[in-house]
Design a protein around this ligand. Sequence first.
Ligand SMILES: Nc1nc2c(c(=O)[nH]1)N[C@H]1C(S)=C(S)[C@@H](COP(=O)(O)OP(=O)(O)OC[C@H]3O[C@@H](n4cnc5c(=O)[nH]c(N)nc54)[C@H](O)[C@@H]3O)O[C@H]1N2
Ligand SMILES: Nc1nc2c(c(=O)[nH]1)N[C@H]1C(S)=C(S)[C@@H](COP(=O)(O)OP(=O)(O)OC[C@H]3O[C@@H](n4cnc5c(=O)[nH]c(N)nc54)[C@H](O)[C@@H]3O)O[C@H]1N2
Ligand code: SF4
Ligand SMILES: [Mo]
Length: 676
Amino acid sequence: MAKPGAAPTESNVQTACPLDCPDACTLDVTLRSGRITKIDGSKDNHITNGYICAKVRTFHERVYGDDRLLYPAVRRGAKGSGQFTRVTWDTALDLIAEKMRDARASAGAESILPLCYGGSNGFLTQDYADAILFRRLGASRLLRTVCAAPTGAANLGLYGKMTSVSYEDYPEAKLIVIWGVNPGVSGIHLMPFLKEARDRGAYVVVLDPRATTVARQADLHLAVRPGTDLPVALAIHRYLFEEGHADQAFLDQHTTGAADLRRMAEPWTFERAAEVSGVSAAQLRGLAERFAKASPALVKCGWGLERNRNGGSAAAAVLALPAVGGKFGVRGGGFSMSNSASWDIDRKWLADAEPPTRAINMNKVGRVLTEPEGTPVNVLFVYNCNPVAILPDQHRVIRGFEREDLFTVVFDQVMTDSAMYADVVLPATTFLEHYDFARGYGPITLQLGKPVIDAVGESRSNSDVFLDLSRRLELSAQGDPEDDLEAMLSVLGNLPERVGNDLRETWKAAPPHGGRPIQFVDVFPKTADRKVNLFPSALDSQTPQGLYGYQPDPGTAAFPLALISPASERTISSTLGELNRPEVRLEMNPDDASARDVEEGDALRVWNALGEMRIKAHLTHLVRPGTVSMPKGVWRRHTANGFTSNALVPDTLSDLGGGACFNDARVQVEKAETTK
Ligand SMILES: Nc1nc2c(c(=O)[nH]1)N[C@H]1C(S)=C(S)[C@@H](COP(=O)(O)OP(=O)(O)OC[C@H]3O[C@@H](n4cnc5c(=O)[nH]c(N)nc54)[C@H](O)[C@@H]3O)O[C@H]1N2
Ligand SMILES: Nc1nc2c(c(=O)[nH]1)N[C@H]1C(S)=C(S)[C@@H](COP(=O)(O)OP(=O)(O)OC[C@H]3O[C@@H](n4cnc5c(=O)[nH]c(N)nc54)[C@H](O)[C@@H]3O)O[C@H]1N2
Ligand code: SF4
Ligand SMILES: [Mo]
């Protein structure tokens, strides 16, 4: 605090953004008398390049906002009523420790489930102190499948997660295929590199059911039906194999399984793929011909194409294209996906192995809570996650959270839709108040995030709280860190030496291969035989139809419209949803609207067998007919009846990796009599 009468001091501090976004920006934070007045992008990081998204530019509105949780509290009213009584940290943590002890004694520690995901992706906020606690406790394990599970399984199976083409090398490409990803919203620092590529003459193709910014700027936009990327990619493979454009020398030397991929692609003529995907056969052939000829050719595979029943096979078929087409070995050629594995960091700081306890797929949490098989979940510990807003089958999830015999802890920064149902609420610091390691999954960057302000209210960091709980449960061991700072130092000390030294000196680590590796020159598949496995048997046996086997659209005459819910500028997943961002509407093509007598701004009823949502209509040609769209991460307060698209999303799993099928929601829409 400044002394009374003293002039307020202004200072600038650099840190890094660890939110679930590929870019991991370097941030310049301006402080006045210890309070954040401005957050902006740093020029020191050439990818951030002096600008950041509007969400983080206004992040201090969350830090100091009305919804911020300031102290621990216990439930007073009915579950979900959001009424709480303030308690001390000691009272809250003792109560949680007691409930965990009781649960372990009565039903076994597997009746305790930690529920977390991507609220902060850093090495300290996830899988360190929390893992110490839950592993030693022997709690149920969580399969973190809500995102990136199908694409991750495909990338692991085919390439062992080989490092991707970096943002900086996009301008080298002559053909760029942007497949099921919307970087204008979900990774904005790619956009200048795409622009430079276009300026240098690259031909850009976008496959997306919506005419996104990047699609509107592209040379070719293929507005595929959601969930049909697999036949489209297989039709291109068929063309490459059958019309003599497969790179046989590369296939012989660097791959296995090409014959099986060819067999699965064989039935997919352009005409058949066109019928399924809703894109013309001529356009599909045009793309295949260009892809065959162009070099460097780059395929950017996103996450939009994975969120359906075919997502894993689709991602695998898309990732296989540069191998069959022989696109590797040149700068700007190959594929680009998540770079989260590029640092080869093995988390040596985590001494405890994962116990062989029951594993629960997080997409099934609603069902696990309401229809238990085996040990019921009686204690749920939610952190880095807002399950009520983001999991499939929202009705079931809420019914689970309403269970009187369930003891729920929600550890978060703000009063989320999930925190409303908590028995105990714990206030968490934001990345501006604690240490963390921010790792980009687009650019290959690793930075040390530092606290730039004191913790707001009584909030505490994840490390601090989980270490404290471990002590209360007598689960501590020698060598455990004491607090946030020690945890940070322990990670630093366990990183590969060069990386640790870089972070100590400059708090940014120099990326491997200068951050611009050429695939099959600087980086190779990390599979056992260092080859591309185009038909991994482990993937084949996982999928209901076999790898590359297409599962038809789940739509019916009663529920014909595909409801998708992609990332938006409003939020990062549901983070920042408490702030007043533009009103949420359901985007519909005017053809679908007029068939239902719906006009702009009309109140709608959107429903299927799982539930119903009340929301207003926004008519736009930017979404293809047969598909309706609304942002992911919407809060319950943003629709007229308190249910979001997640209430209409089935908890079915994608073909690979047990991933979520958010975009397999099939619905009907009609004009509502009233908005309620
Ligand atoms: N501003 C902002 N940025 C974010 C996020 C955010 O919420 N807000 N979220 C972050 C997270 S957690 C993630 S995982 C990434 C996700 O980033 P993206 O990979 O961009 O994922 P989505 O936004 O889900 O979908 C991308 C595009 O795929 C389209 N799509 C939907 N279904 C299909 C399909 O079946 N096939 C094809 N070809 N396209 C389809 C959608 O219309 C959308 O335009 O973004 C990260 N960045
Ligand atoms: N309908 C629909 N739903 C979707 C998707 C979709 O496409 N459609 N996509 C999915 C995707 S891609 C993802 S990644 C998931 C994301 O789902 P989640 O990982 O649950 O992400 P958020 O909704 O942003 O919630 C993260 C919460 O963590 C809190 N948090 C942040 N940092 C910290 C911290 O340091 N400590 C603690 N204790 N808490 C912290 C934030 O305040 C926030 O409330 O959602 C999925 N949900
Ligand atoms: S959310 Fe993404 S774009 Fe925004 S500051 Fe963080 S890393 Fe940068
Ligand atoms: Mo995600």
